[in-house]
Design a protein around this ligand. Structure first.
Ligand SMILES: Cc1cc2nc3c(=O)[nH]c(=O)nc-3n(C[C@H](O)[C@H](O)[C@H](O)COP(=O)(O)OP(=O)(O)OC[C@H]3O[C@@H](n4cnc5c(N)ncnc54)[C@H](O)[C@@H]3O)c2cc1C
Length: 397
């Protein structure tokens, strides 16, 4: 059995950032990741043909100057030069087969009447629907703005806690307001994974845990065995709950109440000359079979354009492909390459703060068990890295 100081289950940004902190502190650290690459929702698969190269974001796509913990890791890894600006192309609505600006669809008198509430109302204890209906007006919320919120975690967000959707955080003035990376966000995952002192094993799905004589024993579906003094679970909440069932039944039960949604994403690559749609950052089509289409037009390429459709789960391939060709106005024969990916995103609800307080209270006496992910303080990248930082501090404290 391979001995470690720390075993991290899950190689998304939550697990990678916590592993990064452990390695920096000189701990022998191993990451076990179910997929064949690390990154999780940092997924930027590459395509190349006839000497031409291209990549697409199948998950996260934008970082901000307020992502201070992430930026610290980026700088330590020597990746600051890989940061690139996003081209200023619009987030748009797709309605009646046409691209429309958001402003053109808003009821301006209703907006002007409601907007002063922005300075009076607090987000605490409010749902996304109750808070933003008062800020933009009920009709504007229902017909336009709610669809933008739904596009963020690819699910209905009416009941999300308003203060967990878009957080205001202190910004760094020396960094672009919003940015991505030269080779896509997954290059961050690749760089952290290559840190010296970090062992990364991919295609290793952890299937069971034991706690014996002060050591965690971690077993994978294909029979791998690893042991460590400290265990990190950086997996979706239901996986964490399942894995803890035998060793920490009370925590497993507490995590079992959380809900999550699956996002079924299909990315397509088209030669530039075969598509006439004007450049966009994203398309949002109210009440459609997809929540959003995220485009690569934010990092323009000489040869290709790329579009990732984030579909509702459970659709068959024919439905997805036929909607893609309708929206892009491009026949399937002109689509040069496709990628697919399923991501898991949390379905946060009012009361989540209390859930988190109870979680942290339960973990107080559990110094060797660290739990991180995108369902603690929020699902943004910086929420994940902040959670990992505070769990690492708990280990050190
Ligand atoms: C489509 C999409 C767009 C987004 N856009 C943005 C954005 O632009 N900006 C932003 O700030 N945030 C964005 N987010 C949110 C953010 O990217 C995610 O919340 C974050 O990347 C999640 O990281 P994570 O490590 O917690 O989870 P994940 O990335 O889901 O990683 C969990 C990992 O655990 C692995 N795993 C699961 N079970 C096991 C097991 N049994 N054994 C081993 N490994 C296992 C999984 O394979 C996965 O790699 C987006 C999310 C999605 C889905």
């Amino acid at each position: 059995m391979m001995q470690n100081d720390v075993v991290v289950v899950g190689g998304g940004i939550s697990g990678l950032s916590l592993a990064f902190y452990c390695v920096q502190a000189g701990m022998k650290t191993t990451i076990l990741e179910k997929n064949d690459t690390t990154g999780g929702s940092f997924a930027s698969p590459h395509y190349s043909a006839n000497g031409k190269k291209f990549w697409l974001e199948m998950g996260a796509h934008t970082c901000y100057s307020s992502y201070q913990n992430l930026l610290e890791i980026i700088e330590t890894c020597g990746m600051k030069d890989a940061i690139v600006a996003r081209a200023k192309v619009p987030f748009t609505l797709f309605m009646d087969g046409k691209i429309k600006s958001i402003v053109s669809q808003l009821n301006i008198p209703e907006l002007l009447f409601s907007a002063p509430n922005l300075f009076k109302l607090k987000k605490d204890g409010e749902s996304v629907k109750s808070y933003y209906s008062k800020i933009v007006g009920t009709k504007n919320y229902r017909e336009v703005i709610s669809h933008f919120f739904n596009a963020v975690p690819s699910q209905l967000t009416d009941d999300f806690p308003a203060d967990m959707m878009f957080k205001s955080r202190p910004k760094r003035k020396d960094v672009l307001k919003n940015y991505t990376f030269k080779d896509g966000l997954q290059s961050v995952a690749r760089t952290i994974s290559a840190r010296s002192g970090l062992n990364v094993f991919t295609s290793q799905e952890v299937s069971s845990l034991r706690y014996v004589n002060g050591l965690y024993e971690v077993r994978t579906a294909d029979g791998g065995e690893y042991s460590a003094k400290t265990l990190v679970l950086a997996t979706p909440s239901l996986v964490t709950s399942k894995l803890l069932r035998d060793i920490k039944p009370d925590i497993a039960k507490h995590f079992g109440v959380l809900k999550a949604a699956e996002v079924d994403s299909l990315g397509v690559i088209v030669s530039k000359e075969n598509i006439s749609m004007k450049p966009v950052a994203a398309l949002i089509s109210p009440n459609d079979v997809f929540f959003s289409v995220v485009s690569r037009d934010t990092v323009p390429d000489d040869n290709y354009r790329g579009f990732v459709f984030h579909f509702q789960p459970g659709l068959d391939d024919k439905t997805k492909r036929s909607r893609i060709t309708e929206v892009l106005g491009v026949g399937m024969s002109k689509i040069e390459h496709t990628f697919s990916k399923i991501n898991t995103v949390p379905s946060l609800r009012l009361g989540h703060h209390q859930w988190l307080e109870k979680t942290n209270a339960m973990l107080k006496g559990e110094k060797s068990l660290l739990l991180t992910g995108n369902y603690f303080g929020g699902m943004a990248i910086e929420d994940c890295v902040s959670r990992s930082r505070s769990e690492f501090d708990r280990l050190q404290g």
